[in-house]
Design a protein around this ligand. Structure first.
Ligand SMILES: [Mg+2]
Length: 403
């Protein structure tokens, strides 16, 4: 199936403007590991503590300076160069770093070209799920930012990788925009009508439940409902079908869980709100794929080693019944380079900076997107674990300071 209408921001060259406002989004961006059992919560806390230790070790190894505490939002040149010394690969958020409201940020194309000219490997790491990587590549190139599809890792591509690995050949009901569905090429996507019929048959006991294992699992029950940015495709009928499938045992996969975002038309509800609605109605928890999931960052790191192989995200344990891990971090970890030598550049202090810190990455915050000096100051008041290692007005300044 596919979304009926164009995405909310399709009028702009890049088709989207993921410049989400601060207060609501900050709340949405907090790690929302919806853990049921107390044991799972304890494991999550332990992982967070281990991540903090790893980050401290990484900074020490890299000789990175302590986070800035002065009043100026951006770092002076010397401090910036010191903070970025030893960076050997770069992860780039997209919205707010190279594009804003669907338009290229001045200097972004040249900065990306400079990374390429210097031989510094980079990947775009974005929660965007309106477009396939091919679609994003085409639109970025159209805007003067030359990026190959293999240099892009999206929450959507990671979701498609997850479903291909976890439920090969099994029916999937995917709520996403038309171009985004290209990421699922070769997988068994069911139409709205098929999904509705399967939900009814399952409710009537005419087929095995979706979570079944063994020979009976080879039936046609929908294995998972994947929720991305469907825009106007989020109709009542589709959401109700998705609800019935999840209630019947299909796994609920959240491409991301952002609450709302800004398009050229203003504040716009995002797919995370629909994920939460389905969780609430069905009494099931979703599996989070995109940022701030640590596994999403690790999957991107793994592509540096694999030479651009599409990202893979840890799958939930086999045989889970939908009440298991609520975050991609609960599964197997991907391999990758030393995170201390990899820089994450982002405009969101939670989903980019704090989340990257949790996996030991170096971080650079740019003031060209949705968060600015006020948010940085608020972040400082909460404690330095959330602080970026470097702050610059834009990507150009970051790239110029790399050694
Ligand atoms: Mg951003």
């Amino acid at each position: 199936m596919a979304g009926d209408g164009p995405a909310p921001a399709s009028r702009s060259p890049l088709g989207q403007a993921r410049t989400r406002p601060t207060v609501t989004d900050q709340a949405a961006a907090q790690p929302q590991a919806v853990m049921g059992p107390a044991g799972a919560r304890q494991r999550a806390v332990a992982r967070q503590r281990a991540g903090a230790q790893q980050r401290g070790d990484a900074r020490q190894r890299a000789g990175a300076r302590q986070p800035a505490v002065d009043s100026a939002p951006e770092d002076p040149p010397e401090r910036l160069r010191s903070a970025l010394a030893g960076v050997r690969a770069v992860l780039l958020d997209m919205d707010g770093v190279v594009v804003l409201r669907g338009r290229p940020i001045p200097g972004a194309g040249d900065a990306v070209a400079a990374l390429r000219d210097r031989g510094l490997p980079f990947r775009f790491l974005t929660n965007s799920s309106l477009w396939s990587r091919e679609g994003l590549s085409a639109r970025l190139s159209e805007a003067g930012i030359a990026v190959a599809p293999g240099e892009i890792v999206t929450a959507l591509s990671a979701s498609a990788s997850l479903t291909a690995r976890r439920w090969p050949g099994r029916p999937l009901y995917v709520l996403a925009a038309p171009d985004a569905l290209r990421e699922f090429d070769g997988q068994h996507l069911v139409s709205d009508e098929e999904a509705d019929a399967l939900a009814a048959a399952q409710a009537a006991g005419r087929m095995p439940v979706a979570g079944a294992v063994g020979p009976a699992a080879g039936g046609t029950a929908v294995a998972a409902v994947v929720v991305g940015d469907a825009g106007r495709g989020f109709t009542y009928e589709r959401l109700n079908t998705a609800f019935r499938l999840v209630r019947g045992g299909a796994r609920l996969v959240a491409v991301h869980r952002n609450r709302w975002w800004l398009t050229p038309d203003g504040a716009t509800i995002d797919s995370g709100a629909f994920v939460r609605a389905l969780e609430y109605a069905a009494g099931r928890r979703s599996f989070l794929v995109g940022k701030p999931s640590p596994a999403f960052f690790r999957a991107a790191l793994a592509t540096f080693v694999a030479g651009g192989v599409p990202a893979t995200v840890a799958a939930p344990p086999a045989g889970d019944d939908g009440s298991g891990p609520a975050s991609a971090d609960d599964g197997r970890r991907a391999s990758g380079p030393d995170p201390a030598a990899v820089l994450m550049v982002g405009d969101d202090l939670q989903t980019d900076i704090a989340a990257a810190h949790r996996v030991g990455l170096r971080t650079a915050f740019v003031l060209s997107g949705k968060h600015g000096a006020a948010e940085l100051e608020a972040c400082r008041s909460r404690g330095r674990d959330d602080l970026p290692d470097a702050v610059a007005p834009s990507l150009s300044g970051i790239v110029a300071a790399l050694d």
